[in-house]
Design a protein around this ligand. Structure first.
Ligand code: TXA
Ligand code: MG
Length: 337
């Protein structure tokens, strides 16, 4: 365990939960007692609070500036806790949990009656997952309660994939920040409704459709998930999605117009005057680096960030979904998501 104080924020570096037992126990206590903890998962960092403590969960909404009708994901240490937070574990949910947990899949089920309304955004349903991250699971187990955790960004901003991103967005609101290094996948979990016979996708994510198998009509699901209504993942620069073969030409044209252009491209680009924010190897590498690249573009004062489109298969679906949302409106309109 390595603790650093930064503007009064306690930050603990934990890599191995077995070695850093006292830090894990401390984080569990902070959560159980109503505190807010920045927590690494395998997807993105979460802003965690005791899901059974209504006022602790309400602090999450204040810290993020999140609309009250956008429900949170409840995180468990193991699938055995599922029955504590839902009214009924459907056969589909049991099958998905057995196959994909711990992992980047969130299931929506009817909520247990005693779950605070803050955790469910007032909906009769609750979203639940078991993260595939040893530190996250150890902290949740130490807390001894289910843990509500949205992505640990200010509402509408790119999701955080490092502890520094969390500190930059939410440092003033946290009781504790656990630094577990950069997150592995870099994109959020896939959210599915698991009340019926087949999953309905509410949000594309790190678990691909190819992995998920047969699904129910997709469009209906998206409309039913509050989070998809809001603008998301938006840096302060304009984001433009460009076909890879057009990227150099577009970058040159912006540079010629005196625009400070940045690129996120597959392989190196050679455009004098354009700032290479990220070169990615494949779609998994892009997923891992995308949110960091959006923040790096801001830090580099990029005005227009050109991002190479990727094919919409595998992780490419979720990557394009996030890019479209980031690109959805200009840098000057800030809706809340
Ligand atoms: O990977 C992830 O899922 C990360 C890490 C921290 O676990 N969490 C995350 O949480 O992305 P958040 O709050 O940023 O996104 C949760 C999404 C939102 O789109 C929300 O609307 C949807 O899940 N959601 C939550 N509860 C729901 C419900 N009962 N019905 C439909 N959608 C729900
Ligand atoms: Mg989020």
């Amino acid at each position: 365990m390595h603790a650093t104080g930064e503007h009064g924020l306690t930050r603990l570096r934990i890599t191995d939960p077995d070695r850093d037992r006292s830090a894990i126990a401390h984080a569990g206590r902070v959560l159980r007692e109503g505190g807010l903890v920045g927590l690494p998962t395998e997807t993105v960092y979460g802003l965690a609070a005791n899901a059974c403590d209504d006022s602790a969960v309400r602090r999450i909404f204040t810290a993020k500036g999140r609309p009250a009708d956008n429900p949170l994901i409840v995180h468990l240490a193991s699938a055995a806790q599922l029955a504590d937070v839902v009214a009924e574990v459907t056969p589909l949910a049991a099958a998905l949990a057995a196959r994909f947990w711990p992992g980047p899949l969130t299931v929506v089920l009817d909520a247990a009656a005693d779950l605070p309304a803050a955790s469910t955004g007032g909906l009769p349903t609750v979203a639940v997952r078991v993260p595939d991250h040893a530190v996250a699971r150890a902290v949740i187990a130490a807390a001894g309660v289910p843990v509500a955790a949205p992505s640990a960004n200010r509402s509408g901003r790119p999701s955080p994939t490092t502890a520094d991103h969390v500190a930059a967005d939410l440092g003033d609101h946290l009781d504790l920040l656990i630094d577990g290094g950069a997150t592995g996948l870099g994109l959020e979990s896939t959210v599915v409704d698991a009340r019926g016979a087949r999953p309905v996708i509410y949000r594309e994510g790190a678990l691909t459709r190819e992995q998920l198998g047969p699904i129910d009509s997709v469009g209906r699901g998206v409309a039913a998930s509050p989070g998809t209504r809001y603008r998301h993942y938006a840096p302060s620069c304009v984001v433009e999605i460009v076909a890879p073969e057009d990227l150099e030409t577009r970058a040159r044209s912006l540079v010629t117009q005196g625009v400070r252009a940045g690129t996120v491209a597959s392989g190196p680009l050679d455009v004098t005057g354009a700032i290479r924010i990220a070169d990615f190897r494949d779609v998994e590498d892009l997923a891992h680096r995308l949110y960091g690249a959006l923040r790096d573009a801001e830090d580099a004062h990029v005005e227009v960030l050109l991002c190479a489109a990727v094919p919409e298969i595998g992780m490419g679906r979720a990557v394009m979904d996030r890019l479209r949302r980031a690109a959805a409106s200009g840098a000057d309109t800030r809706a809340r998501g």
